[in-house]
Design a protein around this ligand. Structure first.
Ligand code: DGJ
Length: 740
């Protein structure tokens, strides 16, 4: 890892172990250009890639055709309305009512470490045992002297991961307010090399499915204006070379460490170049920056892989495990939980929960989580959000009594909250109707019969904090599921002034971060799981606060294969909230074997979402085996390298993934036959990521084979002909003398 500046050539280069990111200063060091990002290269003076010697010349030599320069130069952070007609990264409305902005290089600094982003989640460096910083940062200061706006373009790289993280801070150095109307966190110009675009798409109960498309001229994008990262589209985009596979080909991944509105876009230009951008969605965004004030845009993560999609996944997994997740649980096995949502929905009381806890304990489960319905008058989803007092009709003796009983049974206790919401039918709304997000004079849109709290109001944030912390302080609660079950509409605040209404969505997200920061600081041992109507807020921003996020309300083992494939494309398996539920499945009605449900949930945090007291004896008897399986494999699954072997999304038949220990000493393969194939012999699979000259024993068959045999010739998996059958194959490296 190194960051260098070549003064003569005006070139900055950032090298990770396998990649180089190169920025150049052009035209007497005025323009900041993007030179190269990709596989690591040896030369530094590659500024020729900016094509400033070709026509069109730089403005100092050819001011007559300045516009031609602006329309083609690979800008590192393009402004707007001064000649570059491609998509801008930065847009403003200045005090004179004009919308032009153009940044020029001023100075830079390179230093060890990485500053935190105030109020925002972001990756961090970790000091090594010898006190060395594990990361380096380049800050380039640029300025639009005409309007008095300074921009700090920030780039950090890490010793142990091939990733470049970027952020942008803007400071108003003028005497008047400037409105920021668009601030992208990253913009990368590159030559078109026949890439496809990969994004993740979905809906409630089918989040994050992979979606490939050809890149055409003009702009193609995904985004969210729903106030959260959303079920529908994901703050991620990748350029994938035409021939790329899981383990070969080039992939450029762009991921956004943010939990609100986003835009991720590719523009293909008249010269066949591409401009890729990711950042806060400009829709509904207008930030008033007063004199002297600073705005920090959230962080963007860039990953280049020459080893296909799998290479990108493994870099992101390592980055998030080592440099984003902070929870004390991140390196620990999570308690196996049983959640009562699909077991009881709103229909529960202390006795019912204790009956579940008793049976769960017998089966080896370690924590009971009480989901929605324990507070106010909440017997369905029409009331009481905001009234965070225990419903003693359901829980006589209160929360403490219940938690003590659960602890006595030998289980930990966890609880559900939806802190950001307010039901129109609640004491809170009767007392504070102005606390809901709404546009004055317009009846706001209801969703699940609820409104969203206006978290731009400090007293609302304080109320939420007091309510949540009072409950957590009242009993031995060791886990919180923080849910959010609707998206933002009617973006208006009865608190913010008219010039600040365009700040609502971002301020809302900042307030969620503030609350979760406080929660993790004041209750440092708490295990926090984020959730949003399933997986609508599964994003890197949330991972900064919670080491796991509920993947989806769809717990069907088959649908989960695609959801978890898409999620694991970007996120470590340790973060994917995954539970075994009862059948027929509540989301899709499908019946799958209990064993298969266990194997699929094993790829995530693992837990149960069913009424164990009503489960068939046969299925219940399998739980202790699954619990043992979790304890046996979870260290490997949490810490290992992930390889995708087959995807039922594309082959419509079977799914397969593998986790290999970092030291290559162990591997676990999970194989699921989705559609049965009559008259079909054993399936042959070729493994990945093993050490070629190491011998591995297949625990099931006792067979010992070299890693190169397992990866090239493969192994045969018999009996994979029935619908929804699944198998685990565990391989352990054999010591040299043992293998003779
Ligand atoms: C949505 C979550 O995803 C579910 O698991 C459950 O907690 C419900 N909300 C409760 O309302």
């Amino acid at each position: 890892m190194r960051i260098q500046y070549d003064e003569t050539a005006g070139i900055f280069r950032l090298d990770t172990e396998k990649t180089s990111y190169i920025i150049g200063l052009a035209d007497e060091k005025r323009f900041i250009g993007h030179v190269y990002y990709g596989k690591r290269i040896s030369d530094t003076d590659v500024g020729y890639l900016m094509r400033t010697n070709e026509s069109p010349f730089v403005p100092s030599q050819n001011n007559r055709d300045r516009s031609s320069f602006f329309d083609a130069f690979p800008m590192e952070y393009p402004g707007s309305n001064t000649g570059d007609f491609r998509e801008s990264a930065l847009e403003v409305l200045d005090a004179g009512g004009h919308e032009a902005v153009e940044l020029s290089y001023r100075r830079h600094r390179i230093f060890a470490g990485k500053p935190a982003l105030p109020g925002l989640p972001a990756t961090f460096g970790v000091d090594t045992s010898d006190g060395e910083k594990e990361c380096l940062t380049l800050e380039i200061l640029a300025e639009d002297a005409c309007i008095g706006l300074e921009a700090t373009l920030r780039y950090s790289i890490f010793a142990d991961v091939d990733a470049v993280v970027r952020s942008v801070s803007l400071r108003n150095v003028s005497q008047e307010s400037i409105f920021l109307t668009k601030v992208m966190s990253a913009s990368v110009d590159m030559d078109q090399e026949d890439y496809k675009m990969l994004t993740l798409q979905g809906s409630w109960a089918r989040e994050r499915h992979l979606d490939f498309r050809q890149i055409g001229y003009g702009k193609q994008s995904v985004g969210s204006v729903r106030g959260e990262s959303s079920h529908q589209e994901h703050p991620f985009l990748a350029l994938v070379s035409e021939n790329a596979t899981q383990e070969q080909g080039e992939v450029y991944g762009f991921h956004f460490v943010y939990s609100g509105n986003f835009l991720a876009q590719v523009e293909k230009t008249q010269f066949d170049s591409l401009r890729v951008q990711i950042g806060i969605h400009p829709k509904n965004f207008r930030w008033k920056l007063g004199p002297g004030e600073c705005f920090d845009a959230p962080e963007a993560v860039l990953v280049y892989s020459s080893q296909g999609l799998g290479g990108m996944s493994r870099s992101l997994h390592d980055l998030y495990r080592n440099h984003l997740i902070r929870s004390p649980y991140k390196d620990k096995k999570r308690p196996i939980l049983i959640n009562n949502w699909e077991a009881t929905y709103f229909d529960f009381d202390t006795e019912k929960l204790l009956a579940i806890a008793r049976e769960a304990k017998k089966a080896g489960i370690e924590m009971l989580v009480m989901d929605d319905g324990w507070f106010g008058d909440r017997n369905d989803d029409n009331t009481s959000l905001g009234d965070w007092t225990v419903n003693e009709k359901k829980l006589p003796g209160g929360l403490k009594y219940l938690v003590d009983q659960v602890n006595q049974i030998g289980l930990k206790f966890g609880i559900w909250f939806e802190p950001e919401m307010i039901s129109p039918q609640s004491r809170l709304y009767r007392e504070h109707p102005d606390w809901a997000i709404a546009i004055e004079g317009r009846v706001p849109c209801r969703s699940r019969n609820q409104y969203v709290l206006d978290l731009t109001r400090p007293e609302v944030v304080e109320y939420v904090w007091q309510a949540v912390s009072a409950v957590l302080g009242s009993a031995n609660i060791e886990y919180v599921k923080w849910d959010m079950n609707r998206q933002l509409t009617d973006p208006g605040s009865l608190f913010l002034g008219r010039e600040n209404q365009g700040e609502l969505s971002h301020r809302y997200v900042l307030a969620v971060y503030e609350l979760q920061e406080r929660l993790t600081r004041e209750f440092p041992e708490l295990l926090l799981e984020n959730c949003s109507g399933g997986g609508a807020r599964f994003d890197p921003g949330m991972l900064y606060y919670s080491p796991q996020i509920w993947c989806s309300d769809d717990t069907d083992a088959v649908e989960r294969l695609s959801i978890q494939e898409g999620t694991a494309l970007l996120y470590p398996l340790s973060t994917m909230g995954a539970h075994v539920s009862d059948c027929p499945n509540h989301a899709v009605g499908r019946v799958t074997p209990f064993v298969t449900r266990g194997h699929v949930a094993l790829a995530g945090t693992f837990g149960y979402e069913l009424d164990i007291t009503k489960l068939s004896g046969e299925d219940r008897a399998l739980i202790p085996e699954q619990v043992a399986m979790y304890h046996k494999y979870n260290d490997l699954i949490r810490n290992g390298d992930y390889y995708r072997i087959a995807s039922c999304r594309s082959n419509h038949l079977w799914d397969c993934w593998e986790v290999v220990a970092k030291d290559k000493g162990e591997a676990l393969v999970t194989c699921v036959q989705v559609l049965g194939r009559p008259n079909y012999h054993s399936r042959r699979i070729r493994l990945s990521g093993l050490k070629p000259d190491l011998r591995y024993r297949n625990e099931e068959t006792g067979e010992v084979l070299y890693g190169d045999t397992l990866m090239n010739a493969g192994i045969l998996i018999p009996g994979m002909w029935g619908d929804f059958q699944s198998r685990l194959i565990h391989l352990t490296a054999v010591e040299a003398d043992e293998s003779k």
